[in-house]
Design a protein around this ligand. Structure first.
Ligand code: IVH
Length: 677
């Protein structure tokens, strides 16, 4: 039986329309950050498409949104290992004009050389089989790599299809491979590290590491959010167009592949050196990291006759730019205290020019880092800015201070800001100040985090204003924000009526910020924006989360033992409890108000009051259940109340009123039975 005849025209059109709509919604959501569909609408449409595709396998399409990005949301599947069609080799390196000349001398005379930028990311091999992007394989060990197709599909510039006409070798399906580099642009890298710093997650040392970590994620939605990019620099396959490397890349560009504009054909060592000198400076203006130049023999036949060594092609060589390095005096080591109390030692340097910027400070990470380098205040130290955006101290250039005059450096034992005894958590490199509610930089840091754009987004309350209000004794915790009065703000220097109105409007608006962001804002250690969203989905209210057990928490994606412990101890802390109670009192959204899916209309038209405490579910969960079954949860008993969901210790007032009005009480068990059956 021909399956194709089973599908009617209408369903085929519906599949096509859904694919188009979901693809566009994905793009708007992940790439432009402008969601057009609610999560529920998106999920419903995705489910409908999955059902239709399931029922009509002949309509299967690897490019369908059910096969990538959205469909992989939250799932953890291991990558498939794939054997490369052609081994993925590396390049021989050179570091000087002499070495380049040596290499050129071994080539046939008058050979054309293509100069390209050497992108500093991860190599990727894209397979187009019969014109479709079917695999995206990492370098792996050069012979076998991981298929990270779902993640690669989040890169908008990579075409999902390629022309297949003209390529098939008789009897074989067409195969085209493009190799290139996957990169995380500087701007995305900086943004990502800033987020990680705020969330006290380890920073990526450079964009390459960040790209590598990103490509290995099991969550394409997060990959899409981070914003990878790609440049392709090598074409492989049968019956390829053109006789030169340059022609092939130009053809690939015409087909819509992302090819760098910086490719040049050179005819002499002078031209090559000019290219190198030009880009050694100009590369600093590029949006992505580069670490050198690649020189390739242009003519494919010459490439083939030159062949390969075991590890590298003889027809190409890399020239690596020297890392930028300077030495300067380490004036002093000072200490910075983060919002969660982590103490970071900082190198204060004599100002020095490096990669176009003046460097005066560099992180010294932690105690172990300083000991390993063996540096002391007063020493002349090396500062480097290689692939890293943050300058690094790499060692001692000269010990300026005489051995016997050296003051033995020791990490402080008390907090330089508040004097509290520092603690070092076992297994962690960092020292921490435990005085969470009394240490000024921690208090101010927590408030700054709370009001920040991705948290409560309170306009007008910047670092300076927070400082000012803190000094005046008006802000001592995040809860104090909601007690600020207009006159308190308006009488501050540099602030007036207008600023006060602006700040108060921001504070008022923050009361509408949804629960997931409130959860991020309250600053539980290691609970970042994404983790907070995942937690809020499972625990849709403050009440539910504050009672969660470790077992319940660790099953949430992204929540390990450490985060679960942090959550539990956060809620056990009395001063946190007080702050949360005040925030709740102030009217913040402590319950998720996202629309929950409707499960049935069993309680349609019914007004239900919840009263007392329950054994099986929290009150929030019962509220969600009532709404999911089309009922209405109301706060007080009236003649319109259908019944009271009555737990233990039901309020005496409510009981009296219910009796007077003849309103039935329904037990927890009976209620569950009703909604289940
Ligand atoms: S050609 C057989 N071209 O550098 C030749 N590689 O150190 C294959 N790379 O693994 C490589 N930019 O990941 C080539 N324009 C470029 C490149 C480039 C960056 C990377 C590539 C390779 C590594 C070798």
């Amino acid at each position: 039986m021909d399956l194709f005849t089973q599908i009617d025209e209408q369903e085929r059109d519906e599949i096509r329309a859904l694919r188009k709509e979901l693809e566009e919604a994905n793009r708007l959501y992940y790439v432009l950050n402008q969601p057009t569909l609610s999560d529920q609408e998106f999920d419903a449409k995705m489910r409908r498409l999955q059902d239709l595709e399931g029922a009509h396998p002949e309509m299967a399409d690897k490019n369908s949104p059910t096969q990538h990005v959205g469909s992989d949301l939250g799932k953890t599947t291991k990558f498939a290992t794939i054997t490369h069609k052609y081994p993925m080799l590396s390049l021989a390196n050179s570091y000087s004009q002499d070495e380049i000349e040596d290499w050129l001398r071994k080539l046939p005379i008058h050979v054309e050389i293509v100069c390209e930028l050497k992108f500093d990311g991860l190599s990727i091999s894209l397979w187009y089989e019969n014109g479709q992007l079917t695999h995206a394989v990492t370098r792996g060990d050069g012979v076998r790599g991981d298929d990270v197709l779902a993640n690669i599909k989040t890169i908008q510039s990579i075409p999902l299809t390629a022309p297949s006409v003209g390529f098939p070798v008789e009897g074989k399906p067409s195969f085209l491979e493009l190799r290139g580099e996957v990169l995380l642009p500087w701007a995305s890298f900086e943004r990502l590290n800033k987020e990680r710093e705020e969330q006290e997650e380890p920073l990526f040392a450079n964009p390459r590491n960040a790209a590598s970590g990103t490509l290995k994620l099991q969550d394409p939605a997060e990959v899409a959010r981070r914003g990878l990019t790609c440049y392709l620099y090598y074409m492989l396959g049968d019956n390829l167009p053109g006789d030169t490397h340059y022609e092939r890349l130009e053809t690939a560009r015409q087909w819509g592949f992302p090819i760098s504009d910086a490719i040049r054909v050179c005819h002499s060592i002078e031209e090559v050196m000019n290219y190198i000198h030009y880009w050694d400076t100009e590369r600093k203006n590029l949006p992505v990291a580069t670490d050198g130049i690649v020189l390739k023999v242009n003519d494919i036949a010459t490439q083939q006759s030159l062949g390969y060594t075991a590890k590298t092609p003889r027809w190409a060589i890399a020239y690596k730019f020297p890392a930028e390095k300077q030495h300067t005096r380490l004036r002093a080591i000072t200490y910075q205290i983060g919002r969660t109390g982590v103490i970071t030692p900082v190198a204060n340097l004599d100002p020095v020019q490096l990669s176009g910027t003046i460097v005066q400070r560099a992180t010294l990470h932690n105690e172990d880092f300083i000991r390993q380098l063996g540096i002391h205040e007063g020493d002349e130290v090396w500062v480097e800015k290689g692939g890293e955006i943050i300058p690094k101290i790499t060692g001692v250039a000269q010990q300026r201070v005489q051995e016997d005059q050296k003051v033995q450096w020791i990490f402080p034992t008390t907090c330089p800001e508040c004097g509290a005894q520092l603690v070092r958590v076992e297994g962690e490199a960092a020292w921490r100040c435990p005085n969470e509610s009394g240490c000024p930089p921690q208090i101010k840091g927590k408030i700054e985090h709370f009001v920040s754009r991705k948290a409560m987004n309170i306009d007008g309350l910047g670092e300076e204003t927070i400082d000012l209000l803190f000094e005046q004794g008006l802000l001592h915790s995040i809860a104090d924000i909601y007690d600020l009065r207009k006159e308190d703000i308006a009488r501050q220097e540099r602030l007036g009526d207008k600023s006060a109105d602006n700040i108060l409007a921001g504070i008022e608006a923050s009361k509408q910020v949804p629960w997931a962001r409130v959860l991020f804002a309250i600053g539980i250690r290691m609970v970042g924006e994404t983790t907070a969203k995942k937690i809020a989905r499972i625990f849709p209210s403050l009440e539910a989360l504050s009672q969660a057990t470790k077992e319940q928490l660790v099953v949430i994606e992204d929540v390990g033992e450490q985060i679960a412990d942090n959550i539990i101890s956060f809620f056990q802390d009395e001063s946190n409890q007080q702050i949360l109670a005040r925030l709740q009192q102030a009217g913040l959204q402590m319950v998720s108000n996202e629309q929950l899916p409707i499960l049935s209309d069993k309680l349609a038209g019914q007004s239900i009051v919840i009263s007392g405490t329950f054994a099986h579910h929290s009150r929030d969960e019962y509220k969600a259940m009532i709404e999911a079954h089309s009922g209405k949860n109301v706060g007080s008993v009236s003649k319109n109340t259908t019944f009271i969901l009555a737990g233990e210790n039901m309020g005496a007032e409510k009981r009296k009123k219910a009796e007077a009005l003849g309103i039935p009480l329904v037990s927890e068990e009976e209620f569950l039975e009703r909604v289940k059956s």
